[in-house]
Ligand binder design. Structure first.
Ligand SMILES: Cc1cc2nc3c(=O)[nH]c(=O)nc-3n(C[C@H](O)[C@H](O)[C@H](O)COP(=O)(O)OP(=O)(O)OC[C@H]3O[C@@H](n4cnc5c(N)ncnc54)[C@H](O)[C@@H]3O)c2cc1C
Length: 477
């Protein structure tokens, strides 16, 4: 039987062939560049060894991608698609070397179709640029990851990225109507269309959203747009402690009778770390915890009524103060605190694991207790923030500086995962499995389903050349 992890090497002949096909300026074996394109935002010290691509390619078109894949397929060379490298799962890590395919030159918004409310883009467009282009026409693109100023839409699709507006609009996958893809053998195919309904064949569009670049390479996407709500207000409610803040979340919907666009949570340590990182006073910076609640409406009166109501409710449920941000600069100030937490934590600590756990929303209080309780019992530190409205908590578990820090974090992770499963939770809500989490899939997904994932992968990519070694533990090292 062929070893599915046995690959061909990049040779001078292959480099010349690719230079001929896509232009020498779009091929690089420069050592410094190879280093910087061979990781994402997972710290290198999370892994036992370094992983390095042997060649970088920068396609400018679908045809280029197709030609690269034809060569890779003939020579059995692994290809790792790469967006902006902001991933938090090691998804863009070239664990079997070979080619890293960066989409930074496929960065055009191809069309905004106002009649059908769609935007068609190449995969290397920065997420926030899509939002800005839509907003310029009074339209909303609802995908809104905190990394949106840097991440690419191709990376968002591959990770089914979530973000700040999932509670109201759904994750990236909910915005995707159609995909153009290059398959592992270089053939080009299209899934879906500008249609709002489609049950013709299997729903490949939504199988591909979140497939982490292991099934096909996305070369174009058609995304949904909608009318931009005319008014939006952000409330920042300061609470004495995390429990009081989290207990308030379901009341926003139940008692308040509305679905906000966002409900974000920041715990006390996260507020402190981000204030230090930004070297500035952040709103609610000395609170025990904070919630950011974004409200949207088309009527000025209605939005005023809503924020007054939610403001009063939050005080009834223990908020000590409520800030209302209704101008661009006050809104930026409120979101600056939340959006900078991941960077702030990464710059303050060196030995940590960033978790992306998700539970049914009613179980968030239990999840918070589990995270803080386990960290404390194991002599570790937990910083918790995230998308409270979706039940998706980002927890950074930090180890003291000691020789066995990997083992200590691993022990805490396993303790948490075993209990998480019992509360209906799972391993990743939006950051994906990639390489970092693949070994932990066995705690959440049974053997039959792990095998099914492998079979689906090999049905799309029988030679196992597209982003190999990801999502499940294949036993390759
Ligand atoms: C500060 C910070 C905040 C973040 N906030 C959020 C958040 O709120 N919500 C959230 O969901 N995530 C968040 N993330 C994680 C990350 O930004 C997302 O996972 C994002 O979708 C990754 O996009 P990227 O372009 O950087 O992809 P990369 O990291 O480059 O790649 C991610 C995966 O996509 C695959 N891929 C990339 N392009 C293609 C393509 N064209 N075809 C097929 N596969 C492809 C890669 O192979 C890889 O598996 C955050 C990260 C940081 C650093």
């Amino acid at each position: 039987m062929t070893d599915i992890f046995s690959y061909g090497k990049i040779t001078p002949e292959i480099i010349s062939e690719l230079e001929h096909k896509i232009g020498a300026h779009n091929v690089s074996a420069d050592a410094e560049k190879l280093e910087s394109y061979s990781h994402d935002e997972v710290p290198a010290n999370s892994y036992e060894r370094e992983y390095r691509a042997a060649l970088l390619v920068f396609p400018e078109s679908t045809e280029h991608v197709s030609e690269i894949m034809k060569t890779a397929s003939r020579e059995r060379i692994p290809v790792t698609p790469r967006g902006a490298g902001t991933g938090l799962s090691g998804g863009a890590l070239p664990v079997h070397g070979g080619i890293v395919m960066s989409f930074e030159k496929m960065n055009r918004i191809l069309e905004i179709d106002e009649a059908n409310l769609t935007v068609t883009t190449e995969p290397g467009v920065v997420t926030a640029e899509i939002s800005r282009a839509a907003a310029a026409r009074g339209l909303l693109y609802a995908g809104d990851p905190c990394s949106g100023d840097a991440s690419f839409i191709g990376g968002n699709i591959a990770e089914n990225a979530g973000g700040n507006k999932v509670i109201k609009y759904g994750a990236t996958g909910a915005q995707v109507l159609a995909l153009e893809c290059v398959l592992a053998d270089g053939s080009v195919t299209r899934f879906g269309g500008k249609r709002r309904k489609d049950v013709t064949g299997l729903d490949f569009v939504h199988l591909l959203c979140g497939s982490e670049g292991v099934l096909a390479v996305v070369t174009k996407a058609v995304l949904k747009l909608m009318p931009m709500p005319r008014f939006a207000v952000d409330l920042l409610a300061a609470f004495p402690d995390a429990k009081t803040a989290i207990d308030f979340v379901p009341q926003i919907i139940k008692e308040g009778g509305l679905i906000p666009a966002s409900i974000e949570f920041i715990d006390k340590k996260a507020l402190q770390v981000v204030a230090r990182y930004l070297s500035t006073e952040v709103p609610a910076g000395d609170a025990g915890a904070a919630l950011i609640i974004q409200l949207e409406d088309n009527e000025q009166d209605a939005i005023e009524r809503q924020y007054e109501e939610i403001g009063k409710l939050s005080q009834k449920h223990g908020a000590s103060e409520v800030y209302v941000a209704d101008t661009r600069s006050t809104k930026e100030r409120v979101w600056q605190a939340r959006k900078n937490v991941p960077e702030a934590v990464a710059s303050a600590y060196k030995r940590y694991t960033k978790e992306d756990l998700v539970v049914p929303t009613a179980n968030v209080p239990q999840l918070l207790e589990l995270l803080n309780g386990t960290a404390e019992a194991d002599g570790l530190e937990a910083i918790v923030y995230g998308h409270a409205g979706d039940g998706n908590m980002h927890c950074t578990i930090i180890s003291p500086d000691c020789a066995d820090w990997h083992e200590r974090l691993h022990k805490a992770q396993v303790e948490i995962y075993e209990k998480l499963l019992k509360m209906g939770g799972t391993l990743s809500g939006e950051h994906g499995i990639g390489y970092k989490r693949r070994g932990y899939m066995k705690y959440f997904i049974d053997e039959a389903q792990l095998e099914l994932i492998k079979r689906v992968k090999l049905a799309f990519d029988p030679q196992n050349i597209l982003n190999p070694g990801k999502i499940v533990d294949w036993g390759d090292r």
